[in-house]
Write a protein that binds this ligand. Structure first.
Ligand SMILES: C[S@@+](CC[C@H](N)C(=O)[O-])C[C@H]1O[C@@H](n2cnc3c(N)ncnc32)[C@H](O)[C@@H]1O
Length: 289
């Protein structure tokens, strides 16, 4: 199976698909249930054994509607191909983009969301975004249509949709606050937590649901009491170092709940730049691996 099929159908700011092999190698050797509590494009699912119970959650209902559409609707593949194939000229692409944006303003629509997501600047589909700068987005639509066999709209091929339709079978989906899957009872559960990062004073305006400093404190407090194994990925910042580091990673940290923290250098395309840059991230876990 060519690895490009494993790239998620949605482009996503902060997506972890490139580092999914690394993250999944840090999961416990055995587990019964996997929960991705801030799932976004949910690319990690490609690396989770299909015989585990799987639950993906994200507060963004548009995002989850795409996963549900591909999982549940047997005509999804054809609908996606029929949407992409005719867009063979810049004019058609601009018109389809404008039409999909208009439809989204009226309510959730997975196909329109997928189209806008794959063509939008930095993959940011925000209902809050102003119309300013719309012309410069249009100028780059062609680039984002053709781009490459991973990111371009054209890269939504039949094989890739098939891969995800299959990978999503049996996966539970919810649009709850992350605390729901993080705390719901379960047997031998591992949770992946990849929340919006703190970029400067507040988290950047990347998602419909961004996080304040208080949200990060709320997460930290919950993780101290988390009943399940978890793996948190977070950017390295004064706040996250303060919350999650201890002098010795193996020393039980606060109330006997031991956090293990590993700095990792990922190669990222930061802020939609085309060039790979190095970013140091923290991986925090509450189990040995
Ligand atoms: C860094 S992104 C996740 C990226 C994802 N790991 C991927 O590979 O595409 C953070 C996600 O958290 C979601 N989110 C923000 N606040 C949330 C909350 N309170 N509960 C659940 N999801 C939330 C956002 O909608 C966004 O999709």
């Amino acid at each position: 199976m060519p690895s490009r099929y494993r790239y998620p159908l949605l482009r996503y700011p902060g997506a972890k698909s490139k580092v999914a092999p690394l993250l999944s190698s840090l999961f416990p050797i055995e587990f019964h249930e996997f929960r991705d509590v801030c799932a976004g494009s949910a690319g990690i699912l490609a690396y989770v054994p299909r015989d585990a119970r799987r639950w993906i959650n994200d507060m963004n209902a548009d995002v989850m509607s795409v996963h549900e559409f591909v999982r549940d609707d047997i005509s999804a593949k054809q609908a996606i191909l029929d949407m992409v194939r005719p867009l063979d000229t810049p004019d058609k692409r601009a018109a389809a983009f404008a039409e999909a944006k208009r439809k989204l303003e009226q309510g959730p629509d997975p196909l329109s969301y997928l189209l806008v997501n794959r063509l939008a600047h930095k993959a940011i589909v925000s209902r809050r975004r102003s119309k300013k700068g719309a012309d410069s987005w249009l100028a780059s639509l062609d680039h984002r249509y053709n781009r490459d066999n991973r990111h371009g709209l054209k890269a939504l091929t039949a094989s890739r949709v098939d891969f995800w339709a299959e990978a999503l079978q049996g996966v539970r989906t919810t649009t709850a606050d992350y605390t729901v899957p993080l705390t719901a009872p379960g047997d031998d559960v591992v949770c992946l937590i990849d929340p919006p990062y703190m970029l400067g004073k507040a988290s950047g305006r990347l998602y419909e649901h961004d996080w304040s400093r208080d949200e990060h404190y709320r997460l930290f407090k919950l993780l101290r009491e988390c009943p399940h194994k978890f793996l948190l990925t977070i950017n390295r910042s004064p706040l996250t170092l303060k919350l999650y580091s201890s002098d010795d990673f193996r020393t039980p940290f606060r109330k006997g709940k031991g956090f293990r923290m590993r700095p990792r250098e990922y190669l990222y395309t930061l802020s939609g730049n085309r060039h790979l840059e190095k970013a140091t991230e923290l991986i925090v876990m509450n189990y040995d691996r």
